[in-house]
Design a protein around this ligand. Structure first.
Ligand SMILES: [Zn+2]
Length: 287
């Protein structure tokens, strides 16, 4: 969860031709943990152009937000705890280039360990299956590196399925048949097969596929580097390239791919960072 109560306000007075003009950078949550989505708000940018920045060396895309600029960035769930540098630069209304920089301290999330036993064939892959899974992972990485330069999402993100329980399991460090595996990067909603799965927000259908681990999947591009993922689907109700609105059905719950029963695996990706998708539901962004 985003810790809204803890808001760090950093006042950075810049060396500029107009001394005293302050740029305020606010980071929410102020002390992020591994796997957190982070909002950066920059005030004092009225009339600014070319607002851009980075977090931990990764590019961060800003969008106009009221009288300020804001950006959504992610801390990967396996990021090393400790300092992460951020940097913001822009051209002010008078045409002067300005910049600000600082560091965030990322805390360890303390993700639980989950031990699973699965059929050997789904864990110890034969070379062909391994090649296929590697190719599919590479295809997803290429997609996450593709940043649509406009924000397609608006307002709150909705839960993608009407489930009996809130989705959980993010960050679980998995030990499958006694061997450490990739951590669980989504949240799982258990629901009956055939239950409609809806778009969490407005976006473009960036990818449909039948993947070894993910099964039948839909990936939505929400712009500015944010993607949401819907895995193990039974059916798909959209086509690639199609724009979908928040709440629009994209498919139905299933158990395709590596799955032990009908459920929706819902995940969020910000660039290369795997972030906790349930944080999208409580983002403090109003429009
Ligand atoms: Zn899952």
């Amino acid at each position: 969860m985003l810790r809204l109560a803890v808001v760090l306000a950093l006042f950075v007075v810049l060396l500029s031709p107009r001394p005293g003009v302050a740029l305020e950078v606010r980071v929410v949550p102020a002390v992020p943990r591994q796997g957190d989505a982070i909002l950066l708000f920059v005030a004092g940018t009225r009339g600014a152009r070319e607002v851009e920045g980075s977090l931990g060396g990764q590019h961060v895309a800003f969008f106009p937000y009221g009288a300020e600029y804001a950006a959504l960035a992610g801390v990967d769930l396996e990021a090393k705890p400790g300092k992460i540098p951020w940097r913001i630069g822009f051209v002010d209304a008078g045409g002067t280039p300005r910049k600000a920089a600082g560091t965030l301290i990322v805390k360890a999330a303390g993700f639980p360990v989950q031990r699973l036993t699965l059929p050997k064939g789904m864990v110890n892959l034969d070379p062909e299956a391994e090649r296929r899974a590697d190719n599919e992972a590479a295809r997803l990485r290429r997609l996450y590196d593709t940043v649509t330069p406009e924000r397609l999402w608006r307002g709150p993100f909705t839960r993608p399925v009407a489930a009996r329980k809130p989705g959980g399991g993010f960050g679980y460090r998995r030990i499958i048949n006694g061997q450490p595996r990739m951590p669980h990067s989504g949240i799982d909603f258990s629901a009956d097969r055939g239950t409609p799965v809806v778009a969490s927000n407005r976006g473009r259908v960036a990818l449909l596929g039948e993947f070894f681990f993910a099964g039948r999947l839909v990936v939505l591009d929400h712009g500015l580097g944010l993607y949401t993922l819907y895995f193990h689907l039974d059916g798909v109700a959209v086509v690639e390239g199609q724009m979908v609105e928040r709440g629009q059905t994209v498919g139905t719950v299933g158990t395709t791919g590596r799955s032990t029963g009908p459920h929706l695996h819902f995940a969020a990706q910000l660039g290369r960072a795997r972030v906790n998708a349930s944080e999208l539901f409580v983002l403090p962004v109003r429009d």
